[in-house]
Design a protein around this ligand. Structure first.
Ligand SMILES: *[C@@H]1O[C@H](CO)[C@@H](O)[C@H](O)[C@H]1NC(C)=O
Ligand SMILES: *[C@@H]1O[C@H](CO)[C@@H](O)[C@H](O)[C@H]1NC(C)=O
Ligand SMILES: *[C@@H]1O[C@H](CO)[C@@H](O)[C@H](O)[C@H]1NC(C)=O
Length: 166
């Protein structure tokens, strides 16, 4: 009996992956301030490696009235809290001398972002960060000045190499 239990333990141990995954996989990435509202919505599906089950990661933080995307502090994913993520906005203001103070209409404020991903497991933990360049954060709904908002316009699906295993 004891031998069988030992065999079972050995079997379970060998069935677990021995190498940590080398990538985070991101699918269906979406981020946009909701026009005419004070909220925004960020969502994507996150997994590691090729055979892990993706978890849905969603946040709906309050925004300022200027239509800009806001920071999301480290937040657990919905289906699997071993995964957490954060979205940090880095604002760059154009050196434009237009004199206009209305950023919603002339959209001279651009943003780049860093998205960070963590997986914390019993055997290993993983971290990666992904930079979103300025041309992937756009102002949309331009035809309606009061509804102009920032949105993510980069790829929906991509992988990010794991930066550290700890
Ligand atoms: C992204 O991946 C999802 C799920 O894997 C798929 O349903 C969707 O069509 C893909 N989107 C694009 C733009 O390739
Ligand atoms: C977002 O986070 C960055 C880095 O911590 C910080 O510099 C920036 O001021 C924050 N932005 C807002 C609107 O809180
Ligand atoms: C902001 O983005 C617009 C459109 O992509 C671009 O023309 C402009 O040069 C950018 N400004 C800055 C400060 O990056």
């Amino acid at each position: 009996m004891r031998f069988l239990v030992l065999l079972l333990i050995l079997h379970l141990a060998s069935a677990a992956p021995t190498q940590p995954p080398s990538d985070f996989t991101i699918a269906n990435l979406y981020a946009e301030v909701v026009p005419h509202s004070s909220s925004s919505r960020y969502s994507f599906d996150l997994s590691t490696g090729s055979n892990s089950i993706a978890t849905s990661c969603v946040a709906t933080p309050q925004t300022e009235s200027n239509g800009e995307l806001v920071n999301v502090t480290r937040t657990p994913c919905d289906d699997d809290p071993r995964y957490t993520w954060a979205w940090t906005i880095i604002t760059t203001t154009a050196g434009s001398s237009s004199g206009s103070e209305d950023r919603e209409q002339d959209a001279t404020t651009n943003a780049t972002c860093n998205i960070e991903y963590w997986f914390v497991g019993p055997r290993f933990s993983l971290y990666a960060a992904h930079h979103v360049p300025a041309d992937q954060i756009v102002w949309t709904n331009q035809q309606s000045p009061t509804g102009t908002v920032q949105a993510y316009a980069g790829p929906a699906n991509f992988t990010v190499p794991v930066e550290s295993v700890y």
